[in-house]
Write a protein that binds this ligand. Structure first.
Ligand code: GMT
Length: 375
């Protein structure tokens, strides 16, 4: 098939999933056209059957807010016509599903049907989509999509609750991981030594928005470090990084907290960690938690949203109550303090990731959905 994919190309789980999906689809013989405003961060520069179409956003002195949604719709329409796309798969509802609907209408005028598949990822439903400014258009765009998927059962239920969609309209297709890339063997002894210098390595990766509560991670780390020699490695960047840096200074642990900034190709880093920490207070899935588990790294997180669908508390990690720094620190100390317990969790984490979420298991679900959408 010829598939158009639109996503946020910068750092973030939805862009990562969309890009990995495109790469996997191309490996299975499909032709994939990315339509985005920048080169997706996980997309190789050259790959067979993968094409990149940039969305150019024209500026004009009258525009305080250049209408990106319209430029995107025009580019979708253009690429769909020129490349004869079979369907368009958009990731994150706002504004992608709306632009796709516009492109679909423009093509419809010319007698062309372009099925639109929308994948809901998280805050497009749980936060931004429920903001009064966007609620009606989000609901409309979901309704108008030919097929709708959500990355977890939790997100599906939230979509039905907040937007009044019919249950049957939303199919759960979980995020996935490539176990040939994210694996315990991706660990690198030299890197591990560099990161931890013989100490335990706690790690977190995100775009550091308030929803991630990254100061909680620093507080948990400070408690762990009092008992076990350890370092905290923070990857990514975002608005809450200064607050986390300040918290590290306040707790006098800044010398052992490393902010590495945005990094591509994180598998060797994750695989070199001992514990992955994700303290989001509403996480629809937690792709990074899945990638950590695939690398054999147990996960410490909050028992919210779709995270319990990814992490089995007590088996592949620990999920605690939001804000329970004492309980989370204790769980981290239990885990890191016993080699046998850590090894059992690490092995269970790999099994869970591979058996339930490997690319080969999830990709056929998308292919079946596409086949159904074009019929
Ligand atoms: O919705 C967001 O907050 C952004 C989005 C992203 O682009 O990173 O994250 C969401 O999508 C990811 C991929 O499906 C999920 O793994 C994340 O759990 C989800 N984030 C939230 O729900 C906060």
């Amino acid at each position: 098939m010829k598939i158009g994919i639109t996503c946020y190309p910068t750092y973030g789980g939805s862009g990562a999933v969309a890009t990995e999906l495109g790469i996997a689809l191309a490996a299975r013989g499909h032709e994939v056209h990315f339509i985005t405003y920048a080169h997706p961060f996980r997309l190789p520069l050259l790959s067979p059957r993968i094409f990149y179409h940039e969305v150019a956003i024209g500026s004009y002195p009258l525009f305080q807010y250049p209408p990106y949604d319209l430029a995107l719709a025009v580019r979708m329409h253009e690429v769909a016509s020129q490349q004869r796309l079979d369907l368009l798969h958009v990731h994150y509802a706002i504004p992608h599903a709306t632009s796709a609907w516009l492109a679909k209408q423009m093509l419809h005028e010319r007698g062309v049907n372009l099925p639109v598949v929308t994948t809901l990822h998280g805050t497009d439903i749980t936060i931004v989509g429920q903001d009064h400014s966007y609620h009606a258009i989000t609901r409309f765009s979901i309704d108008k999509s030919d097929r709708v998927t959500a990355v977890s059962q939790h997100l599906k239920e939230e979509t039905v609750r907040a937007f009044g969609c019919e249950q049957e309209r939303v199919q759960v297709i979980p995020n996935f991981v490539d176990p040939t890339v994210f694996a315990p063997t991706a660990s690198d002894a030299a890197l591990r030594q560099q990161l931890g210098e013989g100490r335990k390595v706690l790690m977190h990766i995100s775009n550091m928005r308030p929803v991630k509560r990254i100061t909680d991670i620093v507080r948990i780390f400070a408690a762990v470090r009092r008992e076990i020699p350890s370092v905290l490695v923070m990857i990514g960047d975002g608005p809450d990084r200064p607050a986390a840096e300040e918290e590290a200074r306040r707790l006098d642990v800044e010398g052992d907290v490393r902010f590495l900034g945005k990094i591509d190709g994180v598998a060797p880093l994750i695989a070199s960690a001992d514990l992955y920490v994700l303290t989001t207070d509403r996480e629809s899935f937690g792709l990074s938690a899945l990638e950590a588990q695939a690398c054999g790294v147990p996960v410490l997180g909050y028992d919210v949203g779709g995270l319990p669908e990814v992490v089995e508390s007590g088996v592949t990690g620990h999920l605690g109550a939001v804000g329970d720094i004492v309980g989370m620190s204790r769980a981290a100390l239990d885990l890191l303090g016993s080699d046998s317990r850590w090894r059992a969790m690490s092995e269970a984490a790999v099994s869970r990731a591979v058996e339930r979420f490997a690319t080969d298991r999830v990709l056929p679900l998308y292919e079946a959905l596409y086949a159904d959408a074009v019929r």
